[in-house]
Design a protein around this ligand. Structure first.
Ligand code: 6PG
Length: 469
């Protein structure tokens, strides 16, 4: 039971993320009030945050907060956030700050920020990355909202955020209203695509290269010690050396090959399309999860359509080629993601500082990777770079890995092994660096069947041809 207005921040929603963020806030000296509809979760909060204020209702929580009140909402994205907003707004006062730390859609956040502003309340859409461990020990935090609103909570958020290697907190105000959740959505799109690349790398080495799990674990661990170092690479090496506690078999052998998803990769893909900015590898990663989920159909098709026979010998360089494909693919994926953020920023007038986004992604988040240091350096050198692949340092990495990348994709294609992320990233790169593409044919077809008109190469303006059919 709350007594007096003593708490610095209230957390509504004490599931895994809410409870761990609350404990993290308490570690950094904040007096935290927490509430949840579920009594078990309230009890877990009381145990995890012994000096916290466990409240039975949101009203009680609001009464326990110092003014101006700061409330962090950690409930599932969607209608639950709207319901809470409707319940809280009439009870909040001018200058209070409401933070949504869930994976909300940025358009919802834009709408909610406008609604809150009418009531004089600052609404902060906060992208939180790092899972349970990140929430507890240091997440990456991408905030969208008014400078004033975020300014009020910045000291708290900075304190609980992860630290980059140079000690900088992995927290930034990336822009107004929906910008924080937009950046988090693209973070997740990159997460999907990098996970897919890594999964393809594992699958190729295992099923084409015939690698044992020990050798796989060694290979991924070695990659994690070099240019490919990343959190996802590190957990992959750990996964590869993990036995199933029930059978003792490598755990991957007993895990069903049908991937789940909660929707942020899908949002990243549709948003990229709405903005007209290509993000094919992010899209492929979503499609690949959908394809994997068609397990029954795949089993039937596997019986019906056997794959081509594997090549008798693989190139000596096969493992290194796969590594090149992973690094070049990763570069293409981050390039796609940053290009979509730049496009979103331009569309909504957010003025997102891409270097600040890269800085936040150096620690705490799922996509933290050595490559992000190079990206930060590139964006610091040239903030208006149209695409990360133009940076001489990043371009040199691509040039170094390109031949191996092509060999890896070629070997997979020849053997009938699906590599949608590696191949789409390569086509993105090949398309991006092609001064003349196939789109002249598309334009001719559009004009032929629909009189859509086309531009000529030799003079400006739209023209139409009488195709004589
Ligand atoms: C993070 C993650 C996290 C996301 C999960 C689940 O940054 O900590 O992106 O926010 O919700 O990774 O995503 P899927 O269930 O869609 O794979």
């Amino acid at each position: 039971m709350a007594q007096g207005t003593i708490a610095d921040i209230g957390v509504i929603g004490l599931g895994v993320m809410g409870r761990n963020l609350a404990a993290n806030l308490a570690d950094h000296g904040a007096m935290v009030a927490g509430t949840d509809l579920d009594a078990g979760r309230r009890a877990a909060f009381a145990a995890a945050v012994p000096n916290g204020v466990a409240c039975e209702t949101a009203e009680e929580l609001l009464a326990a907060l110092k003014a101006p009140r700061v409330v962090l909402i950690m409930v599932p994205a969607g209608p639950a956030v709207d319901a809470l907003l409707a319940a809280l707004l009439p009870r909040l006062s001018d200058g209070d700050v409401l933070i949504d730390g869930g994976n909300s859609h940025y358009q919802d956040t834009r709408r909610r920020a406008a609604l809150a502003a009418e009531a004089g309340v600052h609404f902060v859409g906060l992208g939180v990355s790092g899972g349970e461990e990140g929430a507890r020990r240091g997440p990456a935090l991408m905030a969208g909202g008014t400078a004033d609103g975020i300014g009020r909570v910045a000291p708290l958020l900075q304190a609980i955020a992860a630290r980059a290697a140079d000690g900088t907190p992995c927290f930034a105000r990336v822009g107004p209203d929906g910008a924080g959740h937009f950046v988090k959505m693209i973070h997740n799109g990159i997460e999907y695509a990098d996970m897919q690349l890594i999964a393809e790398g594992y699958h190729l080495l295992r099923h084409l290269g015939g690698f044992s799990y020990d050798r796989l674990a060694e290979t991924f661990a070695a990659w994690n010690g070099g240019e490919l170092a990343s959190y996802l690479m590190e957990i992959t090496a750990d996964i590869l050396r993990t036995p199933d506690p029930e059978t003792g078999a490598p755990i991957l052998e007993v895990i069903q090959d049908a991937a789940g998803q909660k929707g942020t990769g899908h949002w990243a893909t549709t948003t990229a399309m709405e903005l007209g900015m290509p993000a094919p590898t992010i899209a492929e990663a979503v499609h690949a999860r959908c394809l994997s989920a068609l397990k029954g159909e795949r089993l039937r098709a596997a019986d019906t359509f056997p794959p081509p026979p594997p090549a008798a010998t693989l190139p000596e360089t096969f493992a290194a080629d796969v590594g090149d494909a992973l690094l070049c693919g990763r570069i293409a994926v981050y390039a796609q993601g940053f290009a979509v953020i730049a496009a979103g920023s331009a569309r909504f007038g957010w003025d997102v500082d891409l270097a600040a986004v890269a800085s936040v992604w150096r620690g705490g988040c799922i996509i933290r990777a050595r490559l992000v240091d190079r990206i930060l350096a590139a964006l610091t050198r040239a903030p208006d770079l149209p695409n990360l692949m133009f940076d001489p340092d990043i371009g040199a990495l691509l040039a170094r890995g390109e031949a191996g990348w092509r060999r890896a994709v070629g070997a997979a294609v020849a053997a009938g092994q699906p590599v949608p992320a590696m191949a789409s990233a390569l086509s993105y790169w090949d398309g991006y660096r092609s001064g003349r593409l196939w789109a002249n044919m598309i334009q001719a077809q559009r004009d032929c069947f629909g009189a859509h008109g086309y531009e000529r190469t030799d003079r400006p303006g739209m023209v139409h041809t009488q195709w004589g059919r």
